[in-house]
Design a protein around this ligand. Structure first.
Ligand SMILES: O=C([O-])CC(=O)C(=O)O
Ligand SMILES: [Mg+2]
Length: 632
């Protein structure tokens, strides 16, 4: 693979070893249409920054690293995005060791230590990336408290990015519960307390009118995926305000580890419009604005400024993933910006796609077609109605029946009971399609008894709601009841895997949003699957990026779902699994990406031409790999 410095040396104008303390730094200048008027000033201040602090800004056109990673940089670095006329790409010596993108720690070779002024800055031993990995896993396993593991692994991410991703990819099943659900939930709750290195971009109401300027403070110019939250509904934990940042950071780590997006092309953002969480407002370590949430027009205007600034700064092909917004804003934002931006709501659409995939796979175990099943949801918010709608859409496509008809096989229960037509007037708009003719029923148990669903799905964010009676009732009317406890984190799960298997005498087909360990029941081992949108969004995003898609379409969600369901093997089914293991996730993501990209081309929404012939191979070839590069 081309060495970083060689790659840079090939690029335009270079100033090498010319800037004092940053000796060995490589500066590239002269990119973009608007360079002329800015050049002198910015160039000067940048160089000043290097002299004084060894500052380092990474190359937005990403010629570093060579190989497939360039695909993105070159494709996406459109002229209008490159408004900065200067770039500094690689530092050396002390600065190099503190640059997480280029740092290799003890893995720097003798030659590299000589060439990059590292002599004396490292102990003499030279170790391989594999040995570093082995040591880190050993150290991580010493921590018994998951949050300590989280902190250790986040330290690694800001110290040595390639090692972080190598570790995550090679130990995905073990580390996913640490960098992601459920530990990330606890990390958000305590984010102020454990805060050490800022990650991501914070945009608070203080920045009103200046959001574009704030975006320009981010060192990368070529961004392909933004995950943004306003922290109002973090997992099932509620309003965590600014401390929700752990979620975009965690989701984007998965974009890279699971989907192969380059880390430098990923931008985590938290929009801080205040919080209504009283205990955070009183917490001396809280890191956000100490005020109640802005709502109504003020909220809408602020979000609009954000959405406009993102498009202006990064162009129309940047994917904006909305994450963990409260219901009332999530649906509106998706509807409002779905026609003007490339937006995706993970909680509505990602969750829907992953659940549909699991259900389609489950048909292999329970028999029948999708239309022959009856679905009952506890929870009629983003996840519940999102999944319900995608199931109805799939049924409609399969049977060529109007979607309104298909919805009739799907029932939802919210905090006031079964959603029925007599409640229509008082229902929020996203619940109205599910208000079918039925007498009112106050609770879930009553609804299970009356509706006799074959599939029970929990999506309310409230834990322990699938009681023994509820689960036993499911078992009494189904040979193999499908039970999905989707709420996160583990504390909010509707029931545990053990409860689901025990209360159904091992007959349940069970999956959950948060991971559960295998369960032994009557001498048999049951392995629960994880119905988490982490299966979908990395590959989905990759598919959009490699096809240059400009809009998300529901058919792409169905395409992603179909690709995931197709990855479940006979061996998985034999263990009762309706999802493949995460160990194969990069292959799964490539297949999802290929299906999504194919759909984008079919729908005329793709801009990357010509269409690559073999999309799976192409997706794989575009994936970031975190092995160290050698520097000349
Ligand atoms: O983050 C997760 O594990 C899944 C998800 O989107 C949520 O629960 O909001
Ligand atoms: Mg979420």
């Amino acid at each position: 693979m081309a060495a970083a410095l060689i790659a840079l040396q090939r690029s335009t104008t270079l100033l090498r070893r010319s800037v004092g303390a940053g000796a060995g730094a490589v500066v590239r200048c002269g990119v973009g249409r608007e360079q002329a008027p800015l050049k002198g000033v910015v160039m000067e201040s940048t160089l000043k920054g290097i002299r004084e602090e060894g500052a380092s800004v990474l190359d937005p056109k990403s010629t570093v690293g060579g190989g497939v990673e360039d695909v993105y940089g070159e494709d996406r670095a459109t002229e209008e995005q490159l408004v900065t006329p200067w770039t500094l790409s690689v530092a050396s010596g002390y600065t190099l060791l503190r640059n997480p993108v280029y740092n290799k720690g003890l893995a720097f070779t003798e030659k590299e230590r000589d060439a990059h002024y590292l002599r004396g800055l490292l102990p003499p031993a030279i170790v391989s990336q594999e040995l570093q990995e082995k040591k880190l896993m050993h150290n991580l396993r010493q921590y018994e408290v998951p949050l300590q593991r989280y902190m250790a692994i986040m330290d690694l991410q800001v110290r040595n990015e390639r090692l972080f991703y190598k570790l995550l990819i090679d130990n995905v099943e073990e580390l996913l519960p640490i960098v992601y659900t459920p530990t990330v939930g606890e990390a958000c709750q305590k984010y102020g307390c454990i805060f050490r290195h800022p990650q991501g971009l914070y945009i608070s109401l203080k920045e009103k009118g200046k959001i574009l300027e704030v975006l320009k403070n981010w060192p990368q110019r070529t961004i392909q995926v933004i995950v943004v939250t306003d922290g109002e509904r973090i997992l099932g934990l509620g309003d965590l305000g600014c401390q929700g940042m752990g979620i975009p950071v965690g989701k984007l780590s998965l974009y890279t580890a699971l989907g192969g997006l380059r880390p430098s092309a990923c931008l985590p953002i938290t929009i801080d419009v205040g919080t209504n969480n009283e205990s955070l407002l009183k917490d001396e370590f809280y890191i956000g604005l100490r005020q109640k949430r802005a709502t109504g027009q003020e909220y809408a205007d602020f979000l609009h400024e954000f959405m406009t600034a993102v498009k202006q700064n990064y162009g129309e092909k940047v994917l904006i993933q909305f994450e963990d917004f409260a219901n009332h804003n999530a649906f509106e934002l998706l509807a409002k910006y779905g026609t003007t931006h490339l937006v995706f709501n993970d909680d509505i659409q990602g969750t829907a796609s992953v659940v549909l995939a699991g259900l389609v796979a489950a048909l292999n175990l329970v028999g029948g077609s999708l239309t022959e099943h009856t679905f009952l949801f506890l929870g009629a918010g983003e996840a519940g109605t999102g999944i319900a709608e995608l199931i109805a859409l799939e049924m409609s496509k399969r049977t060529k029946t109007p979607v309104e008809e298909c919805r009739k096989r799907i029932w939802l229960v919210d905090s006031k009971g079964l959603i029925v037509s007599s409640r229509k007037e008082s229902l929020q708009h996203f619940k109205k399609p599910w208000a079918h003719e039925h007498e009112p029923i106050k609770d879930l148990l009553g609804a299970v008894k009356a509706i006799k669903p074959t599939v029970l799905i929990g999506s309310s964010g409230v834990g322990k709601t699938f009681t023994k009676e509820v689960v036993e009732t499911m078992a009494s009317c189904n040979e193999k009841p499908i039970i999905l406890a989707l709420s996160n984190p583990t504390s909010q799960s509707e029931c545990t895997a053990e409860e689901a298997y025990t209360w159904t005498q091992g007959r349940a087909i069970f999956a959950s949003g948060s991971p559960f360990d295998p369960v032994e029941f009557n001498g048999k081992i049951f392995v629960p699957g994880q119905a988490n949108n982490a299966y979908i969004f990395p590959g989905f995003g990759l598919g959009l990026v490699i096809s240059g898609a400009i809009r998300v379409h529901d058919d792409m969600l169905l395409a992603a779902s179909e690709a995931l369901a197709a990855q479940v093997t006979q061996e998985n089914f034999e263990k009762g699994l309706i999802y493949p293991p995460f160990t194969n996730i990069r292959k799964i993501s490539a297949n999802i990406a290929a299906n999504v990209a194919a759909k984008a081309y079919e729908l005329g929404l793709a801009t990357k031409l010509p269409r690559p012939e073999n999309l799976v191979k192409y997706a794989e070839s575009c994936m970031y790999t975190p092995v160290y590069r050698s520097y000349r």
